[in-house]
Design a protein around this ligand. Structure first.
Ligand SMILES: NC(=O)c1ccc[n+]([C@@H]2O[C@H](COP(=O)([O-])OP(=O)(O)OC[C@H]3O[C@@H](n4cnc5c(N)ncnc54)[C@H](OP(=O)(O)O)[C@@H]3O)[C@@H](O)[C@H]2O)c1
Length: 265
């Protein structure tokens, strides 16, 4: 029997990168999967991939920064599959353009905080309410933080601040709901080869191909493994946190970074 048979998993930011890899992996391990993000075409592609492999999935177009849409997402999940066992609150954005703190804009602050921090809180708000109400009660939540949330991040201070906030939100909720059968953990990823990181590296390289190679080598060189991670390597840890193998793990911020922070943490 697959480890997540009869379970229902919700993945925000499931159209790309780590979220897409997690959606495919949840389905591989037997869960019914709800993929949430804004791009409907990409969402349907991920659902198609899951169905082609014999899994069950649904795309719900959602902007995680909007309360009404997140509430509807959880309601659609329950309508389609009956309950909610796992939620991976993973959608995020990086400020655009990358700039020093004093040059960032109020609009960018609102957008980045709205998606990365408020979006995770809204997710937890409706997911936890559902997990408390259902029988059997409970579930597991994993929220995407980042190594950038463990310290500062030059030219992306909003991103870093929201990712630090995600850890505090996760730990707070973990303390509040552990006795109700809900575990909450944060996934703290290092450099993972996804469109988000690719875009950040391209911006840092200023459109120059040679400079991009140097930026990529710099990222890889900062890790102990000497390479960037693949989306599946982060996604598998999110799945492990959801699994019964992690039944005593809550309020944890799990670092998956190829050793990039090993020298100072
Ligand atoms: N890649 C890394 O090196 C790295 C490192 C540390 C942490 N992380 C974290 O890992 C998570 C996944 O990132 P990734 O690297 O896989 O990035 P990605 O490939 O760019 O994926 C980001 C996802 O977020 C979704 N999204 C963005 N804004 C949204 C919104 N307002 N509402 C709903 N969905 C939204 C995007 O889908 P749509 O555009 O379709 O909405 C996309 O599916 C993020 O939380 C990121 O901060 C990544």
């Amino acid at each position: 029997m697959s480890r997540f048979q009869d379970k229902v998993a919700l993945v925000t930011g499931g159209t790309s990168g780590i979220g897409r890899a997690a959606a495919l992996a949840f389905a591989r391990d037997g869960a019914k999967v709800v993929v949430a993000a804004r791009r409907a075409e990409r969402g349907r592609e991920v659902v198609g991939e899951i169905e082609k492999r014999g899994g069950k999935a649904l795309f719900v177009r959602t902007d995680v920064s909007r309360a009404d849409e997140v509430e509807r997402l959880v309601a659609e999940t329950v309508k389609a599959f009956g309950r909610l066992d796992f939620a991976f609150n993973n959608a995020a954005r990086v400020e655009e353009p990358l700039a020093p703190t004093a040059d960032l804009t109020e609009e960018d602050f609102d957008q980045t905080v709205g998606v990365n921090l408020k979006g995770v809180w809204l997710g937890m708000k409706y997911e936890i309410r559902r997990m408390l109400a259902q029988q059997p009660q409970g579930g597991v939540i994993v929220n995407s933080s980042s190594c950038n949330g463990l310290g500062g991040c030059q030219h992306a201070s909003f991103y870093a601040a929201t990712k630090a906030g995600v850890i505090a939100l996760s730990k707070s909720a973990a303390l509040e709901y552990a006795k109700s059968g809900i575990r909450v953990n944060a996934l703290v990823a290092g450099p993972i080869r996804t469109p988000m990181l690719q875009a950040a590296m391209e911006r840092a390289a200023g459109g120059d191909r040679e400079a991009l190679k140097k930026v990529e080598a710099r990222y890889a060189g900062m890790t102990a493994r000497g390479r960037m991670g693949e989306p599946e390597e982060a996604a598998e840890v999110a799945l492990w946190l959801c699994s019964d193998a992690a039944s005593y793990v809550t309020g944890h911020s799990m670092i998956v970074d190829g050793g990039i922070t090993a020298f100072w943490r």
